[in-house]
Design a protein around this ligand. Sequence first.
Ligand code: TXA
Ligand code: MG
Length: 323
Amino acid sequence: MQTKIGQDIQEAVDLLEDGRLVAIPTETVYGLAANALNEDAVLEIYKVKNRPQFNPLILHVASINEIGKYVDALPKVAESLIIKFMPGPLTLVLPKDRNVPDLVTAGSKRVAIRVPKHPLTSVLLQQLDFPLAAPSANTSGYVSPTTAKHVQQNLQGKIPYILDGGDCGVGVESTIVGFNERNELVLYRLGGLSIDEIEYVAGRKLVTQLSHVQPQTPGQMKSHYATNTPLYFGEMHELMATHKAKNCVLITFDKLYGEMPMLNQLQLSPNGDLQEAAKNLFGILREADAMQADVILAEAMPAKGLGLAINDRLSRAQFVMKE
Ligand code: TXA
Ligand code: MG
């Protein structure tokens, strides 16, 4: 199959109506989209991504007015978050309506839903009479794509069309929150919207229950966002001391380290801006990977705001010894 890249919304509409997959730009990362109400199309997402079917997909809708069609109940706090932050990099997990296929939610009675904020994708969604199921448009486990080119590197020949919306502005995936049995607000994934902002609007603290931290058997343990070159994450001087005999690429926040060749150092944000660092993160991870060093050493960001989401991604990209 030939994979076309372009900005033709009508071509994307036609393919999606036909049950085919299209990679779409969002403000966070590119998504691999299909008609969420067409089970064959959704199955194709799992297949192309090589994603296990127990890992559910996010439903993407055109506007906040569409959310009610796919969820069964809307707690007051969710309403405030929707009004304040959507469209934007927030995903809410809510009781699902019957019309959402179990395949999308991997059997869960709750659906993750969001309204992406990207001009091309907003127009696209408005022209469709169904929501889009879309995970990040990378093969399962690899670094998420923030440009059309990244998508092409991973999915060339596997999908018919990539809708090119330029570089993603936020650069890390949406923040995911939901509710537990006690009706507390739960954080499932750190992301492009900081928890401080969410807590401020919700008027309460988030309870943390990051989905990837749940106990798993070792055989299922799988690193995410992982580069092919082993990556180590932490304090840079310690990392350099541990790996000093090796050919290293450094991913730094804003500094350059005098003891290392400049060419081997990639700064996420020379100005020390966490938003810029988030925007550059996945592109720089791919760039570092392509340098074919022995190891990638990535330093921890300041643990505040988007720095928390960046640290989450880098720590999950870390090299894990296979059993
Ligand atoms: O920014 C984003 O969220 C991007 C763009 C494309 O929208 N999408 C994205 O999708 O990151 P994905 O599939 O790579 O990550 C979705 C995460 C997964 O960790 C999945 O387990 C969780 O959302 N998730 C999806 N549905 C869920 C549900 N019903 N309950 C709990 N977690 C859910
Ligand atoms: Mg993903």
